[in-house]
Write a protein of this length. Sequence first.
Length: 288
Amino acid sequence: MNALDLSQAVFIQDQQIKTDSLKVADAFGKNHRDVLRKIEKLKCDSNTTERNIALSEDNALTFELVEFTQHNFVTSEYIDSTGRLLPKYEMTKDGWMFLVMGFTGEKAAQIKIAFINAFNAMATLLQNQQLIEQQGIQVGTKVRLNSGSPELTVNQLMTNAEGILDQVEVTWFSNRLHKTTLSIHAVVPVVARNNAVLQHFWEAIHKYGLHLLNHSHKPDHIALNLPQVCTAIHGLPDSKALIQELVASTYPYPHYIQHGHAVRSVIDDKTHRCIVFKQTAVQLGGAA
């Protein structure tokens, strides 16, 4: 292993950034058994302190040391070149720092710096992975602006100078192909946004009273005049923005059929331009 390139010496496990005693021994040119003994001495010292806790003048420090070694050094195993199953320790960055504190000399200092760089790079990678998982965005994902917009396609995920993912390049077609760069926090996957908007919309409709807004004569249809809905229920997007979301309405919500449809109202016997949905048998049964 190249002591100045330790990118392979650090790994992500259970959302934690770790290395292990084998990699530490290899990087610092030490016998693995000696590294194991040093770690076991650290753990033994903390256990001895734990047993003598009643005699300790600083119980808080005692508990802290015990918890530190338990959390930052975890026993594991590996198979060596001869097929033997042997012990090793996995450790966090804090555990690693505690372990190598006594490693001195110019070469050791260079290796420590390389290790720290590897830990920091892996921390950035983990942060980016968590953000991608949280946002649900990859190259090719269909997204919209949080404030509402036509459908966009993620063309590229972009990092800043520190390597942290913070922007996306998106494309869309309107007469011609357009492309721009946006904050990753400014967009949301179409499915996730649709689900949130649809849930809020239909909950608001039923809370206000569907019978007060539904112009349809058909028992399994819902015909809504969106300007009326937006006037009656505060906090909804305007009617034009709503249409972009409601055309995706489907189970478990009423299924979109068409919009701009002229409907003779069961409420006031007037004709209104409506967006029309069909309710499923389950929805009708639930409404009853």
